[in-house]
Design a binder for this molecule. Sequence first.
Ligand code: KG4
Ligand code: ZN
Length: 354
Amino acid sequence: MSALAPGSLILGIESSCDETAVALVRADRTIVAQAVASQDAEHRPFGGVVPELAARAHVERLTPMIEAVLADAGITLAQVDAIAATAGPGLIGGVMIGLVTAKALSFAANKPLLAINHLEGHALSPRLVDSGLQFPYLLLLVSGGHCQLLAVDGVGQFRRLATTIDDAAGEAFDKVAKILGLGFPGGPAVERAAKTGNPFAHKLPRPLLHTDEPHFSFAGLKSAVLRAWAAATDKSPQAAADLAASFQAAVVDCLTDRTRRALAVMPEATALVVAGGVAANTAIREALRSVAVGAGLPFVAPPLWLCTDNAAMIAWAGAERLALGLVDGLDAVARPRWPLDPDGETVRGAGVKA
Ligand code: KG4
Ligand code: ZN
C-alpha cells in the first residue's frame, strides 16, 4: 500500500447478484461506512434469484444507498479518492447497473475508476481485516457461483489449482435446501437444519474424494440427496435435518480433501484462507481450520459479514489495485464471465464455472 496515502478513501459498489451494497473504505483498512440491502424477500417466492427482479431492485436501491453511505460518513463525493465497482462476473443486468453508476460518478467527480473482478474482491477480502496476511496464500473460494482453489500470488496474480466440474458448493446447498423444503436462501437454512440432524443418518457419496483429480464435483451428491428424499417415507422436519446434516458432512469431506491436496502442491503458501458466501458455514470453517493446523499454517477466514457479498471487499480490492496504479478507463466492460486465472485449464463438465 506504499503508493497510496493511508487516508485515501475508496467508494465501493457491489451489484453482481442479489445484494446491493455500497461502502467507503480507507487505504489504512478503516471501514468508514457501509450498507448492504439483501433482496431475499423479492426472490423468496421463486426459490432462487430471478435476474430481472435483481436488476430492477439494484436500479431502485443503488443511488439512494450511495447518498445514504456518503451522508452517514459525513462526506461528499468530492472527498472520495476513487470509485470501485464490480465489473463481473455475475448477473449481467446487475453488473451493468453498478458499473455504469460508478462510471457516471467517476466522470462527474473526475475520480479514477476501478473495475473490480468480484472474485478478486472475495480473494483479497481477508487482507482487509488481517494486515499481516502476506502473499502467496492458498485460497478456497466457495460461493454460490464458484468453488475454486487459487494460489494468490499477488494483486491480480492468481493460479487456479482446482475448480468445480459441475455445481458450485453454494449452488449445491441452495438446491438441497429447495429439495428438502428448507427455504431461501439455502445455505444458512441447510446449516441451521444440520445442527439438529444426524450426519451419519445417510451414506452419501463424496465425489472425487482421494483421487488425483484436483477438481470438485457436487452434482452426484446433490442427486443422491434428491433420490434419498424421494425414497424417504418419513418427511418430518427431523428427517430433513438428518439428510441436511449428512449432506453438509459430505461437503465438508470434499472441501477438506481437495484443500489438503492443493496445499501439497503449493508448499510456498504462507496461509490457508477461505472466502465467499459458503465460508459463512461454521462446520466448514472449523474443518478447514483443522486442515490448516495439520499443515502448520495460519488459518484466515473473514468475519461472516465479509464472507457474503458486500461492497467493503470491492472498495478494498480497489484500494489494493489503486496502490499499484491499476486504474481503469471509462470503456471498462461489464462481463458475465471473468475467470481470475485466464490460463486455468479448461475442465469438462456440465455447467463448468469460470
Ligand atoms: O459469495 P456469495 O454471497 O455470493 C456469490 O458470489 O455467489 O455466496 C452466496 C452463496 C449461496 O449459495 C448461499 O447459499 C451460500 O453462499 N451460503 C452458505 C451459507 N451462507 C451463505 N452456504 C452454506 N452455509 C452457510 N451458512
Ligand atoms: Zn460473491
